[in-house]
Design a protein around this ligand. Sequence first.
Ligand SMILES: [Cu+2]
Length: 321
Amino acid sequence: MVSRGGILLRRLISSIYFELILAGGLVMCAPVASAQQTWHVQVGAEIRYQAKQADAFFPDEIWIYVDDSIKFTFSPRSEDHTVTVLETGRARPLFSGPAPNAATYVVKLPTAGNYKLACPAHPDMNGVVHVMQHTDSAAAFYAASLPYDQFDYDHQAAVEMGDLLARKADPSEGVREFPPSENVVLMTGEVVVDAEGGQYLAMVHFLPRTIRIHAGETVEWINTDPMLPHTITFGPEPMNLKTLVTAIPGPDGAPQATINSPMDGVSSGFLQSAAQDRTFLPESAPGATRLRVKFTRPGTYHYIGGLNDANGEVGAVIVLP
Ligand SMILES: [Cu+2]
């Protein structure tokens, strides 16, 4: 049996307890109010005059709170990126990307969880977003405060961007790698992979830009980039750049063609290495990474890399008698 005094005491205690919870709640709520914040992630970077493109999320791993937003800013003018936020096991896209030519894209994440950031245009351009729940549970890591603030991410972004753009992707490596031939044009790039995913460095120019051969000889274009496609087009561009025009796959899968006049149209389709294989998924087909074109008559033959011509990826074959 409980006395009246006992009941009053319990009320008093529970009232104090309630106020403590409120006070605690206020303390815990303080970061909540300020935490509905917008984080900034840069998508891609470039050095135009060096024809270098860094295709990556900067930073590529970020911790935020539920209901925070991420504002993605697309900086490159010469490479299109999209942003897709993927939940594990879900078919893409959970969030569709921005409208074409959008300068920014804001995504709000209302549910706690770990999400993958992807740019479907660049299959291994990935990142991770950790959306943390506000909780007072001591077991919840980072519940009280997130591991990094925007200043830290800006610093990480600048370092990663600098690292990637400073890489050489030295075309002479490719020349050393393949037996020297006077008739080879290279396209190069690199992929840097860390725990969160891939970051690309793409060199969007032909090496050499102008090549001189004699009538009857064949030029071979080789895309040594481990990931990104390039195309070679003489004459009008096909609507779909993946379409082979005139060229026919040779015995080793590389498309081959003959050009008899500067009016002839040839398009290579995507010259691209095969996608990475993953356990328990069907093997992907080997990619065609080379195009061979025989030139029968003297003349100057201009061509473009249809995916990057706006960025200056154009070339010429000068055929001497
Ligand atoms: Cu991209």
